[in-house]
Design a protein around this ligand. Structure first.
Ligand code: AMP
Ligand code: MG
Length: 372
C-alpha cells in the first residue's frame, strides 16, 4: 500500500490547491493525516472533559478582538452598519465564560475550539507554521496563575501523544515526509516520543541566554537560518519577543517540549498580567515543541484589574470605547483567571511530522496564497 501511494502521490505545494483540490484531499495518505486530526480533536476533548472543563460554542464575531497578534491584521465585517471583527482570538470571552461559569457554581474551567482568522504577514508563509485560518483550543481556568496553566498544558500534550502514538497511520505519514522534513529544518521521525511532565521551564531571560550562548560558538547557524526562512535573522533581545527564526533554533536544539515564561512587558497583549512585584515582566508563557516545530501554545495569567488594563490599553493605543462591554464586565465581575490556546493544526503537524502546517487540513489558507 505504501509503495502504491508513494508512486501516485505528488507532494502538494500551496499553489496546487487552486488547481485541483479534490485530487489532493482525496489522496489516501492525506486522508490519513485528516484522520489523525479527527482523533487528536477527540483526545483533547476527552482530556479536558476528564479534568472537569466545560466546552462552550466558540465566538466568531464581535465588536473587538484580540489585538496582540504579532503583526497579523484583523478582518472586519459590516454588521448591520457597525464594524465588527472576526475573532483573531476570542480571549476576552474566555475570561467572561470562566468567571460566569464559576459564579453559577461550576468549576470555572472552560474551553472552546475556536476558529481564528488572522491575515498574517507575508513573511510567515516561510515559517511552515502559520495559516490565515486556524483553530486554537482555547481554555481558561478560574483562580489559576500561569504556572497552573502550564501544568494543564503539559498534561494535555502528554495525554494526546500517549493516546495517538501507536496509530498505524502515523508510520506511513512519517515515512513519506521524511526527506521533506529534513530539508525544512526538522529532525528525522521514526516514532513519537512519550512526554513526561514536568517540562523544562526557561524564563525569557534564560531562553535568550541559551540562544546567545549557542550562537557564540555556532555562528554558521545564522546562514542556515537565513536559507531556511529566506531573510536575515533579526536581533535577539532581552526586552522583546523571540523572533520566529530563534524559536525554530531553540526548538530544533531540544528533544523534549519546553516552556518559555515571563516575557518582557511590551511583547504581548494587555491581557497578560504583569507581576505586581516584578514590574516589566509578564506572568505568561509559550510552550514549544521539540525537533524544530516551534511554538505550540501561548498562555498567561490574565490582567484582571481594571485600572491596569486601561493603562496598558492606553500604552498600546487601543480605543477604550471599542472595549466598552469588556471594561464594564471587568469593573463589575473581574476575578483572577489563567489560560492558554494551543493550535490544533500545529499539534497535528507535530504528531504527523509534516514539513509544513498547511498539510494538516484539507482547505488550508496559506498567507498570500489564493485557494479554495
Ligand atoms: P497566540 O495566542 O497568538 O500565541 O495563539 C495561540 C496558539 O494558536 C499559538 O500558540 C499557535 O499554536 C496557534 N496559532 C497562532 N497563530 C497561528 C497561525 N497563524 N496559524 C496556525 N496556528 C496559529
Ligand atoms: Mg503565541
Amino acid at each position: 500500500m505504501y509503495s502504491k501511494v508513494e508512486q501516485q502521490f505528488k507532494f502538494p505545494e500551496p499553489k496546487d490547491y487552486a488547481d485541483d483540490i479534490f485530487k489532493i484531499v482525496s489522496n489516501p495518505l492525506m486522508q490519513k493525516i485528516y484522520k489523525i486530526y479527527d482523533l487528536v480533536s477527540s483526545y483533547i476533548r476527552e482530556f479536558l472533559n476528564k479534568e472537569g472543563f466545560q466546552e462552550y460554542k466558540a465566538v466568531i464575531i464581535g465588536p473587538v478582538t484580540d489585538p496582540g497578534i504579532r503583526g497579523a491584521k484583523q478582518v472586519s465585517i459590516d454588521y448591520y452598519g457597525r464594524e465588527y471583527k472576526i475573532m483573531s482570538s476570542a480571549i476576552l470571552y474566555k475570561q467572561l465564560l470562566s468567571i460566569a461559569n464559576k459564579s453559577a457554581g461550576g468549576s470555572g474551567k472552560i474551553y472552546f475550539f475556536a476558529d481564528n482568522i488572522r491575515l498574517e504577514p507575508l513573511e510567515t508563509a516561510s515559517t511552515d507554521r502559520h495559516l490565515a485560518e486556524f483553530i486554537q483550543v482555547d481554555l481558561e481556568i478560574f483562580g489559576a496563575d500561569h504556572h497552573e496553566a502550564m501544568n494543564v498544558a503539559e498534561r494535555l500534550l502528554s495525554y494526546v501523544i500517549e493516546r495517538v502514538k501507536s496509530r498505524e497511520e502515523l508510520k506511513e505519514i512519517w515515512n513519506y515526509f521524511e526527506p521533506y522534513r529534513l530539508s525544512r529544518g526538522l529532525k528525522s521521525r521514526k516514532s513519537l516520543k512519550e512526554f513526561n511532565p514536568p517540562f523544562k521551564r526557561y524564563t525569557h531571560k534564560e531562553a535568550v541566554d541559551f540562544l546567545a550562548d549557542y550562537l557564540s560558538s555556532h555562528k554558521e547557524i545564522l546562514d542556515e537560518m537565513k536559507k531556511l526562512f529566506g531573510y536575515k535573522p533579526k536581533e535577539l533581545s532581552y526586552s522583546s519577543e523571540i523572533p520566529w527564526e530563534y524559536e525554530w533554533l531553540m526548538s530544533y536544539l531540544h528533544s523534549e517540549p519546553f516552556f518559555i515564561h515571563d516575557y518582557p512587558r511590551g511583547s504581548r497583549g494587555f491581557y497578560d498580567r504583569e507581576y505586581p512585584d516584578k514590574l516589566g515582566l509578564l506572568m505568561d508563557f509559550d510552550l514549544l515543541y521539540p525537533e524544530g516545530y516551534g511554538e505550540a501554545a501561548s498562555g498567561a495569567a490574565r490582567e484582571y484589574e481594571l485600572s491596569k488594563v486601561v493603562q496598558r490599553m492606553k500604552e498600546t493605543g487601543e480605543k477604550l470605547e471599542k472595549y466598552a462591554w469588556y471594561l464594564d464586565f471587568l469593573k463589575k465581575y473581574s476575578a483572577p483567571t489563567a489560560g492558554f490556546g494551543i493550535g490544533l493544526e500545529r499539534l497535528v503537524r507535530y504528531i504527523c511530522g509534516l514539513p509544513s502546517i498547511y498539510l494538516s487540513i484539507p482547505t488550508p489558507k496559506i498567507p498570500g496564497v489564493y485557494s479554495p
